[in-house]
Design a protein around this ligand. Sequence first.
Ligand code: IMP
Ligand code: MG
Length: 173
Amino acid sequence: MEGMRVLFSAAEIAARVEVLAAEIARTLPADFVMVGLLKGAWVFVADLARALERAGARPEIEFMRLSSYGLGKQSSGAVQLLGDIPPGLAGRPVLLVDDIVDTGRSIAYAAAQLRERGIGNLWICALLDKPKRREVEVAIDFVGFTIDDVFVVGYGTDYAEKYRHLPYVGVVE
Ligand code: IMP
Ligand code: MG
């Protein structure tokens, strides 16, 4: 694709997802629920779920939809919950999954919402971590790749709703 620099190829992502899944399967109790944040985490959740099966784990899958970015590259900072929090999570171990942790506001907000519902232990997993951009401190238990302050697209993530379908993570140039 024109003007696109590949940061992580489909093969690199696939290899990393297998390793992450093995770590998660080793660490979490058997009956955990994976809660993905929409829309960005949709591809990652789908791949991670199947890698978890290969690693011997059998998570239940739920989603929460958050919105903060609108159409720009900069977060508005105001995170909103669109729709409901999945029911039946009280007391359950939860793995919260997002595509990217940037300022940390989205994941911190989602974690707070889940804790309010009285979930059991919580772990956080993100495919990409941008620690230089952090504004809210969050402990991420499982990170796919740590990246610099660059705006990426693909593998579920978008710029103005484009590029989510790309099988790799790239930088629009
Ligand atoms: P945060 O609340 O600032 O941590 O933003 C997290 C959310 O913003 C992620 O779930 C992504 O969906 C989105 N996001 C952050 N950085 C990027 C990026 O580089 N490209 C596309 N989406 C991003
Ligand atoms: Mg997101």
